[in-house]
Design a protein around this ligand. Structure first.
Ligand code: FE2
Length: 291
C-alpha cells in the first residue's frame, strides 16, 4: 500500500453520507485499516453492517456498541517525502532508455522504509529551486507540486569533497543535492541513491566520472552535455534521460534555466566521483545556452 493509497483510504473512511456507493467505500477503507491493525474486528463489523446503506452513519452504531475508531494522525512530513518518491517513480515510468527500469525497481525495493527527516536549508536551493519548479510546473504540475511540498523537509547539501582547484570555484558554490533514498538519506537504503540535484544557471559541471552507474532525469532544459573531454557538447531538452555507465566521463553545462534533475546511483555508491582534466573548461564556462 503506497502513501497515496493510504491517504485515499483515510478520505474514503469519511466519505459523505448518502453518496452512492459510499457505504461500500467506507467498509473497504475500514478493511484496509483493519489489516494494518488500526481498526478492531468489532468496529470492522459495524462498517460491514452499514455498507449496503449509503445514508447509515457508522459512527452512531459504533457509539451504541461502545466502540470507536481512532486512527493515528498521518505523519504529514514523512508523507510529503513518500508522495514525492511516488511522484518521481510515476515520472520515471514515462521515460525511455536504459537505467530507468533499474532505478524504478530499486525505488520499489526501498521506498517503504522508515523516513528520517533532517531538514537542512541551502542558499542554492532557496535561490534557484523556485525558478526550476516554475519551468517544470506547466508540463508536470503534480511532480512540481510534490517537490515544492517536500523541499523544505529535505537535507540539501552542497558537495565539497572535490579538490577545489579541480572542480573550480563556481560549481563548488552553485549546486545542491538532496538524497531521498540512500545511505544516511531521508529513507535509508544500501548501495542505492535517489535524489534531486540542482545547479545554478550557466554553471559548468566539469568532466567527471565515478564507479556508480548513474541515471540523470533532467526536469528542466535545455542544457549542454558531453561524454568525455574533446567530445562535442550536445544540447538536450528537459525530460531526455542520460544514463552514465560506470566510470564513463560526463559534463553538464547548465542553460539559462536552473538545472534540476532526478538522479539515481544504482550501485557502488560508496566510491566518490573524480574530476577528469580537460583543456577547454574556460571556453565552455563562457558559452550561453538559452532556453
Ligand atoms: Fe555523475
Amino acid at each position: 500500500m503506497t502513501a497515496a493509497e493510504d491517504l485515499r483510504a483515510r478520505a474514503d473512511l469519511h466519505t459523505a453520507l448518502g453518496q452512492p456507493g459510499s457505504g461500500r467505500l467506507r467498509y473497504a477503507a475500514a478493511m484496509h485499516f483493519h489489516r494494518k491493525g488500526l481498526i478492531s474486528p468489532e468496529a470492522l463489523e459495524v462498517y460491514r453492517i452499514c455498507s449496503p446503506q449509503d445514508w447509515e452513519d457508522p459512527a452512531a452504531l459504533l457509539a451504541s456498541r461502545g466502540l470507536s475508531v481512532d486512527l493515528p494522525p498521518p505523519d504529514a512530513p514523512a508523507l510529503a517525502i513518500r508522495l514525492l518518491v511516488e511522484e518521481i517513480d510515476r515520472y520515471l515510468a514515462t521515460l525511455p532508455g536504459p537505467g530507468v527500469a533499474e532505478v524504478r525497481s530499486l525505488i520499489a525495493r526501498w521506498q517503504g522504509g522508515p523516513a528520517r527527516l533532517a531538514p537542512a536549508a541551502n542558499p542554492v536551493a532557496d535561490e534557484h529551486l523556485p525558478q526550476a519548479l516554475a519551468a517544470l510546473s506547466p508540463t508536470h504540475p503534480a511532480l512540481a507540486a510534490a517537490i515544492r511540498a517536500a523541499a523544505p523537509l529535505l537535507t540539501w547539501v552542497t558537495y565539497d569533497a572535490y579538490p577545489p582547484d579541480e572542480i573550480g570555484p563556481v560549481f563548488r558554490q552553485s549546486h545542491a543535492f538532496a538524497s531521498l533514498i540512500g545511505e544516511g538519506a531521508t529513507i535509508p537504503a544500501e548501495d542505492f541513491d535517489l535524489g534531486l540535484f540542482l545547479i545554478a544557471p550557466h554553471v559548468l559541471y566539469r568532466d567527471h566520472a565515478h564507479p556508480a552507474p548513474e541515471l540523470y532525469a533532467p526536469l528542466t532544459g535545455p542544457h549542454g552535455w558531453r561524454f568525455g573531454p574533446g567530445k562535442p557538447l550536445i544540447v538536450k531538452p528537459a525530460h531526455e534521460p542520460v544514463w552514465n555507465l560506470p566510470d564513463s566521463p560526463h559534463l553538464t553545462k547548465v542553460g539559462s534555466t536552473p538545472f534540476l534533475c532526478v538522479f539515481g546511483w544504482t550501485r557502488d555508491t560508496k566510491f566518490p566521483a573524480r574530476v577528469i582534466p580537460a583543456g577547454d573548461w574556460a571556453e565552455l564556462e563562457a558559452i550561453r545556452i538559452e532556453g
